[in-house]
Design a protein around this ligand. Structure first.
Ligand code: ATP
Length: 295
């Protein structure tokens, strides 16, 4: 399968502060990848490296097989970039901004994609962007990227300011658009429920490293939440198979990739005084919080 993005051993520091070390990932053509992580783990940093604004301390980042730092502008046009959802030139109307942007992409511009989304938003072509709400402005920015008709969409925090209805509208629209046009998407969002409907693959970042990198289906098929009764104040010994165990009164909760029989074997080998073990599959948000911890 052709890889649209290939990042190898990215290491980045701001001054002396290490953000992450040896981050490697690929995004194959036609896949939607979501980058998840707590605040400050380096998602925007990664987007800035992917877009060529930031040069990593070491490592390589190639898009369409070319180093992003030296990519020709003609190829760069095939990357649609949304940095935190804002449109400049807010004095323009819906119609004027579409015309303005179209001039930068004469060969590939698809204004229908933009107007289709604007129609769904029920905004009039003569409406000024400065008179729109924050969420509507984000939608204008997204619409302009769709009209750019890029091969790769890189969207940082695309759901910023959108209410649940507009988020759903955009997520469904983006999913259908990416599938039917075989587009590749790399995105971040803090709204994890949206990611579950949208992405094929996920990377979950922890401070300094990638914690999980796998297809979303595989992740959801394999993560389990375990709860059981333990004596009050019990502390599970540290182990890398049970993530972020917590005990509230006499209920222990933890997350694991182990299936129930293996989890039991493990608990027994640690001589955990447990009873009433319950094992459940979880949604992406619970898996994310379970694997990365609450704080
Ligand atoms: N220009 C900069 N100079 C110094 N430190 C920075 C700079 N930009 C970001 N950082 C720091 O690097 C870390 C990663 O920031 P980044 O914005 O990539 O995180 P993020 O995962 O996108 O966070 P969030 O979820 O809050 O948007 C943070 O601790 C941040 O304070």
């Amino acid at each position: 399968m052709e890889n649209i993005i290939e990042c190898n051993n990215l290491t980045h520091y701001y001054g002396k502060r290490l953000i992450y070390e040896n981050l490697s990932f690929t995004v194959p053509k036609g896949r939607i990848l979501g980058l998840l992580g707590k605040n400050g783990t380096g998602k925007t940093t990664t987007i800035n490296i992917l877009s060529g604004y930031l040069k990593p301390r070491s490592g390589q980042c190639a898009i369409f097989g070319q180093d992003i730092q030296t990519m020709a502008p003609s190829l760069r046009r095939n990357i649609g970039l949304l940095i935190e959802g804002h449109v400049q030139y807010q004095f323009m109307t819906i119609q004027q901004i579409e015309k303005f942007y179209s001039a930068f992409y004469p060969k590939q511009w698809k204004k229908e994609a933009y107007y289709e989304l604007m129609n769904k938003l029920k905004v009039a072509p003569k409406q000024r962007i400065s008179r729109m709400s924050c969420g509507q402005r984000s939608q204008v920015a997204l619409g302009l990227i769709l009209a750019q008709n890029p091969e790769l969409l890189v969207l940082d925090d695309f759901s910023l300011g959108l209410d649940p209805g507009y988020r759903r509208l955009f997520v469904d629209y983006l999913r259908d658009y990416a599938r039917s046009e075989n587009k590749t998407v790399f995105l971040t969002s803090h709204i994890i429920q949206d990611m579950e409907r949208l992405i094929d693959d996920c990377i979950i970042m922890d401070y300094g490293k990638i914690l999980i990198q796998q297809p979303i289906k595989e992740l959801l098929d394999n993560v389990r939440r375990y709860t059981c009764t333990v004596p009050e104040g019990y502390k599970l010994p540290e182990t890398d198979v049970f993530y972020h165990p917590s005990v509230i009164r006499n209920t222990l909760e933890t997350y694991s990739f182990l299936q129930q029989p293996e989890a039991e074997t493990h608990l027994k080998s640690m001589q955990t005084p447990y009873s009433n073990l319950k094992c459940e599959t979880v949604n992406l948000e619970d898996a994310f919080i379970g694997l990365t911890g609450k704080y």
